[in-house]
Design a protein around this ligand. Sequence first.
Ligand code: FE2
Ligand code: FE2
Length: 135
Amino acid sequence: MISNQKIVSMNNELLDSQHQDIFEISIKLSLMNHRHINSKELKEVLKELLVMLNRHFSDEEAFMREINYPFIKEHMKIHRSIIFEIEEIIVREARTIHVLTEKLDLVVRDFIINHTSKEDSKITKYYEKKLKNLI
Ligand SMILES: [Fe+2]
Ligand SMILES: [Fe+2]
């Protein structure tokens, strides 16, 4: 299991708390891999995950627009591909619940660790420079 210390802060309360919520969902998913779950329970977590991700992405995109982040298009493309990848897994692995939860767990974990530290942190760095009038 991963620790939330790996989530890089964006110095933005809303976006940071959403990253934290998505992290909590990744914990739920990895716990689901180790026990029997019913499809109703799974559906609820999937819904929660997609609602949370879509909300976070649209709030983060609004923030990028607000600060005139120059690489917004590229960043939005990555967001879309994450949602697409998740939807693909849900459709492809619908019959095997443990494969589904395992694969989703990997994607969500990758999002939490890599996307936030490599991509979201670029937004933060740009914003910090802007605040210091360096841009
Ligand atoms: Fe992002
Ligand atoms: Fe993010």
